[in-house]
Design a protein around this ligand. Structure first.
Ligand code: IMP
Length: 176
């Protein structure tokens, strides 16, 4: 891992728990009776998604897409690839994309276009962490957990070269 390790805590466990509960309540209110499909973006969103769905007490379905935008390091390649697709049809469904972080916005806009081509009834976005200062393309975000500075983070689903996703909090990657 090149000597780079989790350092300063950026979002604590308690902050994550409280904010996920708030997001869940807002989503439940907005989507009551609509049976949304929550689409988690692998791998980064799997921890957030698991906590989020348990905080949304309405009927909903879940599915996942696998996207790759970074080649395993800490720098954007600017290229996005669909590496695994949804298993459910989403035509006529209300889709809520669940993302770990929006940085340049390239991954999200690629996914939004891809999903909209399947004629869902609506597509909205819930993101855990917004690096708002890093945007290269505009991204409309409907639910934002935290706005974070332009630091590379690990933990709670975020990885560095495949490691640290299992930390129960979000920390800045330091050293190296
Ligand atoms: P974007 O296309 O630049 O918006 O990047 C979004 C994707 O880059 C996310 O889904 C993550 O997989 C990855 N990413 C961006 N910033 C970080 C970070 O700080 N830690 C871990 N992954 C990140």
């Amino acid at each position: 891992m090149g000597g780079r390790r989790p350092g300063r805590v950026v979002i604590s466990e308690a902050e994550l728990e409280a904010r996920v509960a708030e997001l869940g309540r807002a989503i439940a209110r907005d989507y009551a009776g609509r049976e949304p499909v929550l689409v988690g973006v692998l791998q980064g969103a799997f921890v957030f998604m698991a906590d989020l769905v348990r905080a949304i007490p309405i009927d909903l379905a879940t599915d996942f897409v696998g996207l790759q935008s970074y080649e395993g390091g800490a720098k954007s390649s600017g290229q996005v690839r669909l590496v695994s697709d949804l298993s459910l049809p989403i035509a006529d469904r209300h889709v809520l994309i669940v993302e770990d972080v929006v940085d340049t916005g390239l991954t999200l806009e690629y996914l939004r276009r891809n999903l909209e081509a399947r004629r869902p009834r609506s597509v909205r976005v819930c993101v855990l962490a917004d690096k708002a200062a890093c945007r290269q393309v505009p991204a409309a975000l409907d639910y934002v957990g935290f706005t974070i500075p332009d630091v590379y983070v690990v933990g709670y689903g975020f990885d560095y070269q495949g490691f640290y996703r299992n930390l129960p909090y979000v920390a800045a990657l330091e050293g190296g």
